[in-house]
Design a protein around this ligand. Structure first.
Ligand code: NAD
Ligand code: DAU
Length: 356
């Protein structure tokens, strides 16, 4: 059995579904169900007795400790976090609480549980911490991509809080011998992506006839990885990763934001054409994100050479699958566009001088 935190969010739910699809092992899915947590992502495993959902906060060490004692998992895979950079700029408090204090609480519960295990189970136990490439800061145009040795230089409250959590995980391995693994991944996209993030926001806005708001000049570069490939990489690190190590995960797929939005518009023009003209005509520029990192790029050679992991999807195949998923799952999209979602969209984009 594995204990997953944040398994009702975007990547966590994809990971839970993939785990249940590929083996007999049960999953305890521990999630606070913040605005980003969505049980609709898990409807297909609602009746599966191997999926045990428990609502709770990783900051609650006692609740986590009780669950670990009850279920005796062989691993913890830690996704739970506040994950949206723009929200961290408007309100950093929750990011400090969940990403730093929450990871600390979880590590404490894990350490107590692991210390009490019989030797064989202790040796088999793993704590896998899911982190981000944003901890490394921003690259210049011609800089080499981030390796695992790159200096930490986080620039937003989100990335600073994730960097702090990475350091805590490292310290728990170094000091207490907790068998940890850390992964630092680039931008994910795919099914169940909450539509506050670039790709699902653009698909939704395009289909709704709204404008497509590009921050600043749209020349910021991100590396994009299909979420299924990220989940496969996490499974690989969990199975074969070397204790205490970190693994960078990426798609070898750098794109400017404008290139991404153009690609989405072109796909939508083919797959859901408008009565007249292209979706590209809906593109508009808005005020930039404060402190906006210019470029991220991942050197994923270590995970490839040591663990044999490579992404399966290209950007073209992954993006087409993603657009198709959103076209096929409009009920899911409508359901997440609650009052709280609309409030955030109004708050974020009005401040950028954006009118729909
Ligand atoms: P998400 O925002 O979609 O989901 C986060 C989940 O965590 C939600 O289900 C939420 O309810 C839950 N959660 C939040 N606070 C909690 C708490 N205190 N206790 C328990 N559960 C809580 O995030 P995501 O995009 O799926 O990202 C998952 C992880 O992967 C994060 O740690 C993020 O930093 C990391 N990551 C994300 C990306 C990306 O592109 N989205 C890339 C690299 C790394
Ligand atoms: O790099 C990994 C990170 O990727 C993860 O750690 C984060 O959890 C995840 O949210 C993501 O962060 P980004 O800030 O890169 O993702 P976002 O989708 O918010 O933005 C992607 C780029 O698009 C970024 O340069 C900002 C820009 N953008 C975003 C939005 C929402 C726009 O131009 N317009 C928008 O409306």
């Amino acid at each position: 059995m594995i204990f997953v935190t944040g398994g009702a969010g975007f990547i966590g739910s994809n990971f839970v579904l993939a785990s249940l699809a590929q083996g007999e092992e049960s999953v305890i899915n521990f999630d606070k169900l913040t605005y980003a947590g969505n049980l609709n992502n898990l409807l297909s495993v609602q009746q599966d007795s191997r999926h045990i959902f428990v609502q709770g906060d990783i900051c609650d060490t006692a609740q986590v400790a009780a669950l670990l004692a009850e279920y005796q998992p062989r691993a913890i895979v830690h996704f739970a976090a506040e994950s949206h950079v723009d929200r961290s700029i408007y309100g950093p408090g929750e990011f400090i609480q969940t990403n730093i204090n929450g990871t600390f609480s979880l590590l404490e519960a894990a350490r107590a549980y692991w210390s009490g295990l019989p030797k064989a189970q202790q040796e088999a136990f793993r704590f896998l911490h899911v982190s981000t490439d944003e901890v490394y800061g921003s690259l210049e145009k011609d800089d080499a991509p981030f390796t695992e040795q790159h200096v930490y230089a986080p620039n937003s409250p989100y990335s600073a809080s994730k960097a702090a959590s990475d350091h805590l995980v490292r310290a728990y391995h170094h000091t207490y011998g907790l068998p940890t693994l850390t992964t630092n991944c680039s931008n994910n996209y795919g099914p169940y992506h909450f539509p506050e993030k670039l790709i699902p926001l653009m698909i939704n806005n395009a289909l709704a006839g709204k404008s497509l708001p590009i921050y600043g000049d749209g020349q910021q570069v991100r590396d994009w990885l299909y979420v299924g490939d990220h989940c496969a990489a996490i499974h690989r690190v969990l199975a074969q990763g070397k204790l205490g190590e970190t693994y960078n995960i990426g798609g070898w797929n750098e794109k400017t934001n404008l290139e991404v939005v153009h690609a989405l518009c072109d796909l939508l023009d083919q797959m859901a054409p408008k009565a007249t003209g292209s979706y590209r005509s809906q593109i508009t520029t808005v005020q930039d994100r404060p402190g906006h990192d210019r470029r991220y790029a991942i050197d994923a050679k270590k995970i490839q050479s040591e663990l044999g992991w490579m992404p399966v999807e290209t950007f073209e195949t992954g993006l087409r699958k993603t657009v198709q998923w959103y076209l096929d799952n409009q009920a899911w999209v409508q359901a997440v566009q609650s009052g709280a979602y609309l409030e955030w969209i109004a708050h974020n984009y009005q401040q950028r001088g954006h009118k729909e």
